[in-house]
Design a protein. Structure first.
Ligand SMILES: Cc1ncc(COP(=O)(O)O)c(C=O)c1O
Length: 369
């Protein structure tokens, strides 16, 4: 049996008629940049997340960048985040001229360890930027408490967590603002690049709206040096259509995760702990194993595609070597990066495929001794 790591063609096939109709309708409006569908998507996604404002953008990286700028982050400031993320989390901090300050993860959750944050706070800290990694919300209560004590803002990197909840509230409205990515393989994915900021602050939303379009206040009048971070009209149309299916797709991902969990109980794999306060979504289903590369090669040989998110922590990536971090600085993150495997997980996967992928992994790693 073949189980690809993900299969965007299967999703397209299941939506083809609706997608073609939505694109035809959007094309007829000729609003190729922003426009009616993007405006409507902003309202619908804000309502979905339970926030007052959504500002649609051209990527999650842009969303992080503008969320940080709107929080007043500038050169000389520091932003605390996790080294166990996609590099864009740190890049967005660097774009502002601020310095990323990394804090190790809690090995159970793979998210930033709140107990280690206070020691990283300095008088230059402006923002704490937790990532809801693989769809599991970070420990927001403790993070918000630390932020309040030190008078700094919290921005959520929710790029992998569309629809996840923390103590009943959707992520996206817990911090001052949040960044989402609509990269095609995300739980809510565009057919190209896309992203958004969500926030309850009218001032932050207004600033992000101006910055995404060259700092323009009215046509050809510019109040600041902004960016071209606008969302295309076609992506708005696609995202509106796909948002209607997000809960159903997230529920399906949960069912598939449970199949994995059942088949892998008692084996030599470790899991990302779901935590007590969060109702996670399953962006990725990751396991931690010894001898990761050999396990992956065996899975591949038996038709099971996998990914690695991420093979090298951000503090050890080339562009961040200048910050002076060394191997051994964040042992839990480094160990996670050595052992992590992302198994196939997407709504169009069949139960048989999930059982086959899990059963194959079970055979490869063996029972716990
Ligand atoms: C945790 C995280 N942050 C930021 C990003 C950046 O999003 P994008 O690829 O849409 O720029 C991604 C997605 O790729 C991500 O997974």
């Amino acid at each position: 049996m073949k189980v690809p790591f993900f299969d965007l063609k299967a999703q397209y096939a299941s939506l083809r008629q609706e997608v073609l109709a939505a694109l035809d309708c959007a094309g007829a409006k000729a609003s190729f940049i922003q426009g009616e569908d993007v405006d409507a998507f902003e309202q619908e996604f804000a309502a979905y997340c339970g926030v007052k404002h959504c500002v649609a953008l051209n990527s999650g990286t842009s969303a992080l960048h503008l969320a940080l700028l709107a929080a007043g982050v500038k050169a000389g400031d520091e932003v605390i985040t996790t080294p166990n993320s996609f590099i864009a989390t740190a890049e967005a901090i660097s774009y502002t001229g601020a310095k990323p300050v990394f804090v190790d993860i809690d090995p159970r959750t793979a998210n930033i360890d709140p107990t280690k944050i206070p020691a990283a706070v300095t008088e230059r800290t402006r923002v704490i930027l937790p990532v809801h990694l693989y769809g599991l919300p970070a420990e927001m209560d403790r993070i918000l408490k630390i932020a309040t004590q030190h008078g700094v803002a919290v921005i959520e990197d929710a790029c992998q967590a569309h629809g996840a909840r923390y103590r009943g509230a959707r992520v996206g409205g817990i911090g001052q603002s949040a960044a989402f990515s609509f990269y095609p393989s995300k739980n809510l994915g565009a057919y190209g690049e896309g992203g958004a900021i969500t926030t309850n602050s009218a001032a932050i939303a207004a600033q992000a709206r101006a910055l995404r379009s060259h700092g323009e206040s009215r046509r050809y009048f510019h109040d600041s040096i902004g960016f071209n971070y606008r969302m295309s009209g076609f992506q708005g149309a696609i995202l509106r259509l796909k948002l209607q299916r997000l809960d159903e797709w997230n529920a399906r991902r949960r069912e598939l995760r449970e199949i994995y969990r059942r088949h892998l109980a008692g084996t030599r794999v470790d899991f990302q702990d779901p935590g007590a306060a969060g109702e996670r979504v399953d962006h990725l289903f990751v396991v931690y194993v010894a001898d990761r590369d050999a396990v992956r090669a065996k899975l591949e040989h038996r038709g099971v595609g996998t990914g690695v998110h991420y093979p090298l922590p951000i503090h050890l990536q080339k562009p961040y070597q200048s910050l002076g971090y060394r191997q051994g600085d964040f042992p839990h993150t480094e160990r996670a990066c050595e052992r992590v495997i992302s198994m196939p997980l997407y709504p169009e996967m069949t139960e048989e495929q999930a059982a086959y992928a899990a059963g194959t992994l079970r055979e490869i790693v063996g029972e716990r001794g």
